[in-house]
Unconditional design. Structure first.
Length: 423
């Protein structure tokens, strides 16, 4: 089997490449096979047989537990380490025990520090906002720190009492309103973790010629974690990309020393020179701004919890999480797992109704990541044509004027038919 390697900082992808995949629980059994059919058709169309994906199934979630008694077998982790790039359907998180979250476990074990969530609108898809075409953003969500580190203690446990004693006796904390009935959590945010996330966002903006990177944070309240993220983000831009970026602290410094007109002129000159503007905004203000002026944002860099909220809101603005793709990436090692961003949807599992677009667009991201851009573009064009024709799965078709509702398999076949005829 052919493995992706990394040499001189770049991925080396064989013409016949092995991609490990996790089918997923619930609707995963329906969306994964049809996505593979569409991807195979696009690769065949784009490269006329000279390139091919060899799919390698690995186990996680309910299917893994049934077969091995383990939610996330070591063999699965080893496959992702060895083959470097993989894809997965939605996974069940065990309730009342086991791993806190299989998705989080995969991200942390492979140190996939970027959760990349592009959000765009497809013509024909009904949106709750008036101008969804203005929503075109890339969210870089830090993936390994923040509250998702899973450091917490339940109220009433010996660990919680011990932590409370440490806070009150050693650290002098007096602001816990109901100490004896409080649970506690720790929010780690590091300089290194913040820097590598912002660095990846800036490099992505440079590569794709995008105008700005916005640091979204709650530093007005959490001054040393969220505030630290903002500070370290600006420092990364100014120290590592001085010739390619212009930051808001630089703008404010010019304004202070030479006046607002000079600062505006410096900003205009930076934009004219093709520099990326690095700015920041408080998280709650950002959520409002995405509704009022979404076209002011392109690349977003933010911490883990903020990124969770932001990704889902932006997805809703373009039609829902059913068409929202996602990737978990370590740009240093090259490891990446692409994924459906929605859940297992047990209420419709097995009914041939689920929308495969989230996993399919994640497959597009995977193809772009390995450099097979022609196949990726072919899938996107097929989706654009299909949605514009009012053809979709039930979740989207029922909202389209005169929408044609197709089952999961029928929607996939409609895409394949358009791929064969694509321009």
């Amino acid at each position: 089997m052919s493995k992706i390697t990394k040499e001189n900082g770049k991925l080396v992808v064989p013409a016949r490449v092995t991609i490990p995949f996790i089918e997923g629980d619930g609707v995963g059994a329906e969306i994964t096979p049809v996505c593979q059919l569409v991807v195979n058709a696009a690769v065949e169309k784009a490269y006329n047989g000279s390139r091919k994906i060899e799919w390698l199934e690995v186990l996680a979630g309910g299917k893994a537990f049934e077969r091995t008694g383990c939610w996330l077998p070591e063999e699965t982790m080893q496959a992702f380490r060895e083959y470097r790039v993989g894809i997965k359907g939605p996974l069940t998180t065990p309730i009342g025990g086991g791993i806190r979250s299989l998705n989080v476990a995969l991200r942390q074990e492979l140190d996939l520090y970027v959760c990349l969530r592009p959000v765009r609108w497809f013509s024909g898809v009904v949106s709750p906002v008036r101008e969804p075409q203005k929503v075109d953003m890339y969210i870089f969500r830090e993936n390994t720190e923040d509250i998702y580190a899973g450091i917490e203690w339940k109220a009433g446990t010996p660990e919680a009492r011990k932590f409370l004693q440490f806070l009150t006796n050693e650290m002098g904390v007096k602001k816990i309103r109901f100490p004896e009935t409080s649970s506690f959590g720790v929010k780690p945010v590091s300089e290194e973790g913040s820097q590598r996330l912002v660095r990846a966002a800036i490099e992505f903006a440079l590569t794709n010629r995008l105008p700005s990177v916005t640091l979204v944070h709650k530093g007005n309240i959490m001054k040393f974690t969220e505030g630290g993220f903002k500070q370290w983000g600006y420092e990364t831009a100014e120290k590592e990309f001085p010739a390619q970026t212009f930051t808001m602290p630089q703008f404010e410094q010019i304004k202070k020393e030479a006046g607002e007109e000079a600062a505006n002129q410096a900003m205009a000159a930076a934009i004219s020179a093709g520099k990326i503007i690095i700015k920041d905004v408080i998280a709650d203000a950002f959520l409002q701004n995405t509704l009022l002026m979404p076209d002011e944002y392109s690349v977003i860099a933010t911490l883990n919890l903020n990124g969770d909220y932001i990704s889902d809101q932006l997805a809703a603005m373009v039609g829902g999480i059913g068409i929202a793709p996602g990737a978990n990436i370590n740009y240093d090692t090259g490891h990446a797992i692409f994924e459906a961003t929605h859940g297992t949807a047990p209420n419709i599992a097995g009914k041939n109704q689920v929308n495969p677009s989230s996993l399919l667009l994640s497959s597009v991201m995977m193809l772009e990541y390995i450099g097979w851009t022609e196949a990726a573009r072919a899938i996107v064009r097929a989706m654009e044509d299909t949605f514009e024709a009012g053809i979709a799965t039930p979740d989207l078709a029922r909202l389209m004027p005169g929408g044609q509702c197709l089952p999961t398999t029928g929607f996939a076949q409609a895409l394949i038919d358009r791929l064969v005829k694509c321009r």
